[in-house]
Design a protein around this ligand. Sequence first.
Ligand code: SF4
Ligand code: SF4
Length: 361
Amino acid sequence: MTTTVPIPTPSAPGRPRGLSPQQQRRLLQTALAREGAFAAALAERQLAAPRRSVLRVLQLNLGRLCNMQCSHCHVDAGPDQAASQMAESVVQQCLEAIRRLRPQVVDLTGGAPELHGAFRRLVLEARRHGCQVIDRSNLTVLLLPALSDLPAFLADNQVEIVASLPAAEASGTDAQRGEGTWAASITALRQLNQLGYGQNDPDRVLTLMSNPAGMALQQLTACDTAAWRRRLAEQGVGFDRLIGLNNMPIARFLQQLDDQGQVGSYLEQLHQAFNPSALCGLMCRDTLSVAPDGRLYDCDFNQMLEVELGAPADGARDQVPLSIDTVTREQLEQRAIAWGNHCFGCTAGQGSSCAGATASS
Ligand code: SF4
Ligand code: SF4
């Protein structure tokens, strides 16, 4: 049955022109009236800039290969990104880092992380060391014939699935992700439900991750969650949690904004919606983002912009850049976080992180 469902292909909207990290940083810096606006926003409110705390989440970006090519993608992922996949030598370093760092959570992301040949090895090693494992899935990848046994593997290993689904209806979802995405996603969700996901089982957690269209800010309320539950129940689908993210002005979405001459307006909107209480839940405080080449970043967004980790706790510079090969928990604690204007995307309104809102609006 799954093979009859059309898998969305690269015909989806949002063909990237491919801004380099440097071009993106320049665009973001010049779009607001002054440079360093995020640090200034903290200073104006007499807020101390948050620092890194204890490492909790090790987020591994396995590469940008994806079966889809969504218009809002902040990593420029797509079917033509096979060369960006994490090399086996770095996979080995990540396996060793799981043993050494003992994070509470190992968060596998991409692209579509399931397409990496080491995906299952990483899951098994993380589970063996008692880590909670998150698979950031686009759902449609689970329908690929080559991965037909993957949903059962995920269920058997108590992997939490954080599934992207922009909207609770076909048009909003397909507009961002490509024609046929909604139908394929619903098929995948039904399969996951049959395996026990989305039924309030703590070992089979199914989280849906939504994002607004275009420049709108995410504003999920309890009523929205109830409406999602109703609409998906009509499709025979249940889920455990609904979270929402703001669209980050990075990569393909930044490109779109630039094409429309809207980079400044969007950043100004995020700036105006700055919510100090969103600072507490910023993911950069307890997450370490590992790039496919083993380099380390404060978050996935900084990774895409190639913004290096913030300075060590003593303010000195690292003798050599930290890497997943050798980094220790102690080297991370109390480090500064490398801010940029894109950080307003994480602190606008309800706040936004890989775990959803970081504050109430
Ligand atoms: S948003 Fe997710 S599913 Fe879409 S292209 Fe990017 S990585 Fe792939
Ligand atoms: S983009 Fe967000 S998660 Fe990354 S450093 Fe800025 S505030 Fe932190």
